[in-house]
Design a protein around this ligand. Structure first.
Ligand code: GLC
Length: 628
């Protein structure tokens, strides 16, 4: 009797079970998005083929990881997940160089790394790698696809997950599809949003918001060579894809699975808010965007469930929640999404020395938990900071929205009297009065100025602001992302103006080269103090299991405008996290802590007991405590 191919059967069974599990999540969305297309049935058949092929090609060790993570679906919510974000060349030279940096990452307690855009970009200015001409090739400056695969394997073997960017909204105009479209191939012109004359673009533009008003004004580009207007939300060289075309979904699903099979753990979906266009709207966060994202997640859950999605939607608080899996797509959208509001509110409260707006926003807009998901928390990244504070939220605490946003811009640019910050403006928009800010964490938090002044007191305060921020993002709930160089307090990199492809974009102020000498700084220098402090925070986070992302985060209004406070409701007992946003001493009544079930007054961050004075917990300037 011939032997039965047990493994093949088992594989097929697993695939079919997963298809069944995610069937409705996927096909209900596709039905709503594409069923009116006359090739809908062919599209479904093709997608089925794409999924089965990718599953068949998926390596055994990755399939084992799929099983493991299906059994431990909270793997990315645990307190031992600490993220680190870097440009491969700026951190390690190239992909092969990462191996040598492993001890550094391990020492920092890092278990998740985000390689900034690493797929093949267009030559010249590529918007920091976000203008991709080939999703199946690695940036040649970093190595090859085989090097990427080797790097993900090495990191996986060392307990570190890898996140890479997948730019969904646009491709470079040098991408093969775009080149064919420009050559007049109708099928490929349908991959993009192209118009024969200016009428439709003009009609759309009435409601669109410019993203780069200074260096790339408008949202469309006219190409006389092939007689079309092309939708270019970001830069002229970034052509928006037409996601209303099922063929685009098919192609991108294939790319997504191709990358998943290279051993990537997390896919960062770039600029997702812009994926669907509707006349008469801002063309951001349209309902179809969420349908697309749910469908893409379902595809991964079927073929490669070890892989999760991080969504980048830098929008206002209420618009952001659906990306975190709230509302109609509850628990089925991004596993991770950037907590832009927490980041904005951190900077806002720091400048104002007043946490009322922060407490209001975090309390009213964000639920204590999100389903099957958690936040990506951060203080700085490679991008600018836009003051996403609504007029309604500002007026709820009795301040003016426009005035507060203007104050924050002036403060962080450093022009507001008494400001400690050294930032720069990015893309001032004269229509809306918006002034975005860019700069390194250490410079924005006051270290650059303090060191220039040689003022020891100012240096202390700047370091405390930095460490308070890290203690905040490490405890709020979610994966804290440390942006390369922030752990050694790197300040602004003014050298970018000498690089022709970067000079027009002040975000490069905050995209420095790693300074390895600085990582060895003595413990009593600012760099050494920040390094030791960040390292300590990340190690403590790893040890404090109560910080698991699924434990509710309940923001508390203590009535003290200097303090930001929240409770992490762990089953084994609550944790009260307190942050003093001012350079003055402040205090909190121990009765308030006791009221929330916190009675031991043991600070899990310093791992020491706090001394009470007449029933009062005294908190020094920029204090941060995690009270058990
Ligand atoms: C995202 C990236 C940003 C880029 C934009 C366009 O927002 O973070 O750097 O400019 O997408 O791709």
């Amino acid at each position: 009797m011939p032997k039965k191919p047990v493994i093949a059967d088992f594989n097929r069974e697993i695939f079919d079970l997963r298809l069944k599990r995610s069937h409705d999540d996927l096909f209900e969305m596709l039905e709503r998005l594409y069923s009116r297309d006359r090739h809908y049935e062919q599209f479904l058949t093709a997608l089925d083929g794409v999924m089965r092929k990718a599953f068949a090609e998926r390596a055994d060790d990755l399939k084992r990881l799929d099983l493991k993570r299906d059994l431990e679906p909270d793997w990315f919510q645990r307190s031992d997940v600490n993220g680190y974000v870097f440009y491969i060349d700026r951190f390690a030279g190239n992909l092969k160089g990462i191996a040598q940096k492993l001890p550094y990452l391990k020492d920092l307690a890092i278990s998740y790394v985000h390689f900034m855009p690493c797929l093949k970009p267009r030559p010249g200015d590529s918007d920091g790698g976000y203008s991709v001409m080939d999703y199946r090739a690695v940036n040649p400056a970093y190595g090859t696809m085989a090097d990427l695969e080797a790097a993900t394997k090495l990191l996986r073997d060392n307990g570190i997950s890898v996140c890479i960017d997948l730019v969904l909204n646009h491709t470079a105009k040098e991408h093969e599809w775009a080149v064919k479209a420009a050559a007049g191939e109708k099928a490929y012109q349908d991959y993009y949003l192209m118009f024969d004359d200016a009428a439709e673009p003009k009609a759309y533009e009435r409601d669109l918001i410019e993203i780069f008003p200074e260096h790339a004004p408008g949202s469309f580009t006219h190409y006389p060579a092939f007689g079309k207007w092309v939708w270019t939300t970001f830069n002229e060289h970034q052509w928006d894809l037409n996601w209303a075309n099922p063929q685009v979904f098919l192609e991108m699903a294939e790319v997504m699975l191709f990358l998943a099979n290279k051993g990537v753990d997390v896919l960062r979906f770039d600029a997702v808010a812009f994926m669907w266009k509707r006349m008469g709207t801002r063309c951001q966060s349209e309902p179809e965007v969420h349908m697309l994202l749910q469908a893409l997640r379902a595809v991964c859950r079927i073929v490669a469930p070890a892989v999760i999605h991080l969504e980048e939607a830098i929008v206002s608080p209420s618009e952001m929640l659906p990306y975190l899996g709230r509302g109609a797509h509850d628990g089925k959208e991004g596993n991770l999404a950037y907590h832009n509001s927490l980041m904005v509110q951190f900077w806002s409260a720091l400048a104002a020395r007043d946490t009322r707006l922060m407490t209001h926003v975090m309390k009213t807009h964000f639920p204590p938990v999100v389903t099957n998901a958690t936040y990506a928390t951060y203080l700085r990244c490679h991008d600018d900071i836009g003051w996403a504070v609504t007029d309604e939220d500002a007026s709820a605490i009795g301040i003016g929205g426009r005035a507060h946003r203007a104050f924050l811009s002036d403060f962080y640019e450093g022009t507001f009297p008494g400001s400690f910050s050294r930032g720069a403006l990015f893309q001032e928009n004269s229509d809306t009065g918006d002034k975005r800010i860019t700069g390194a964490l250490a410079s924005l938090a006051g270290l650059e100025q303090a060191e220039e002044d040689g003022d020891a007191g100012k240096i202390d305060r700047a370091i405390d602001r930095i460490l308070m921020g890290h203690a905040l993002i490490a405890s709020y709930g979610g994966v804290p992302l440390i942006y390369m160089g922030d752990e050694i307090a790197l300040t602004n990199d003014y050298g970018y103006t000498a690089v022709p492809e970067h000079a027009h974009d002040s975000r490069w102020l905050n995209r420095p080269m790693m300074d390895w000498a600085r990582t060895e700084a003595a413990s009593d220098t600012p760099a050494g103090r920040v390094r030791d402090g960040v390292r300590h925070i990340l190690h403590r986070r790893r040890a404090v299991k109560a910080l698991h992302g699924a434990n509710p985060t309940i923001v508390i209004d203590t009535g003290n405008p200097r303090l930001f406070a929240f409770l992490r409701k762990a089953p084994a007992g609550p944790l009260l996290c307190l942050f003093n946003f001012s350079e003055e001493w402040t205090s909190i009544d121990s009765g308030l802590a006791a009221h929330h079930g916190v009675t031991r007054f043991h600070d899990l961050l310093s791992d020491a007991d706090l001394q009470l004075h007449d029933g009062v917990i005294a908190l020094p300037p920029y204090a941060r405590v995690w009270l058990a």
